[in-house]
Design a protein around this ligand. Sequence first.
Ligand SMILES: NC(=O)c1ccc[n+]([C@@H]2O[C@H](COP(=O)([O-])OP(=O)(O)OC[C@H]3O[C@@H](n4cnc5c(N)ncnc54)[C@H](O)[C@@H]3O)[C@@H](O)[C@H]2O)c1
Length: 265
Amino acid sequence: MDLGFKGKIALVTGAGSQVGFGKETALLLAKEGCEAVAVTDVNLEDVKKTAEAVKKLGCKSIAIGADITKKTEVDAMVKRAVDEYGKIDILCNVAGAILHKDYVPLDEQKYETWSKQIDLNLFGTMYVTRAVIPHMRKQKHGAIVNIGSGSTHQYSMGVGMYAISKYAIDLFTKQLAYQEGKNGIRCNCIAPGPAPTNFGAVLREGAPPPPPEQMKKMRDAMLVAFPLGRMGTATDIANITVIMASEATNYITGQVIQVSGGNVM
Ligand SMILES: NC(=O)c1ccc[n+]([C@@H]2O[C@H](COP(=O)([O-])OP(=O)(O)OC[C@H]3O[C@@H](n4cnc5c(N)ncnc54)[C@H](O)[C@@H]3O)[C@@H](O)[C@H]2O)c1
């Protein structure tokens, strides 16, 4: 199948984490034939490593440092990518995090935590998209893939404000898909289940991850709720993200796709 990536320029946010969905997505876009993949993250040193790994696959790449919650940094980041490659065909909005601890009731969280969570996951995604959209409109095509979360359907896990911010991304995806369809721009959302990346780092407040035995026990307990019997991987998420960015799915827009081994149906 031709995924239609020849000559395509992609921008991937949240690509700094060396074990995360963003880096895996950038590498797969490169492997599948994109001409260039611009990678960006709040952590410039890490995202430089990703750009080097992309280049090793024979694809052009630049690393751009930007905090997606800061509009001026986002605008400069998109301008830098467009100045370098002349256009952006594909945007993968991967950057995001959970900023509060599990099992803290919503009413016991600080207002500041609420707004930081929305600023990062929702407004951050919207700022990047807002900066990219005019370029896609000009060329009359574009594919945007947002990263949501299966937590939007998991009321028992105490993920409250994070889940609310991600549900808003589902709605943003649909609003944008409706608005931009006539301009040749598609927008879809991937909702991953839990996967072992750096994602939980905030919850641990700098503490190291639990020892492997304890991790295995925790995972085994969770797995009863996963019909396919295993946790997800960064590759599982990158595969579907890249397919949704490809021409193979050019009649699909406004969809939220659960990728969690059947954990959310
Ligand atoms: N791993 C999971 O279990 C899981 C499940 C559902 C959804 N998600 C979502 O997947 C996405 C990727 O997470 P991951 O699992 O790869 O985690 P990760 O922590 O490994 O990677 C996230 C990346 O986002 C970057 N980032 C964070 N804040 C940023 C900011 N303000 N500006 C720019 N970059 C910023 C980080 O530096 C990091 O490189 C996130 O949106 C997350 O909410 C993850």
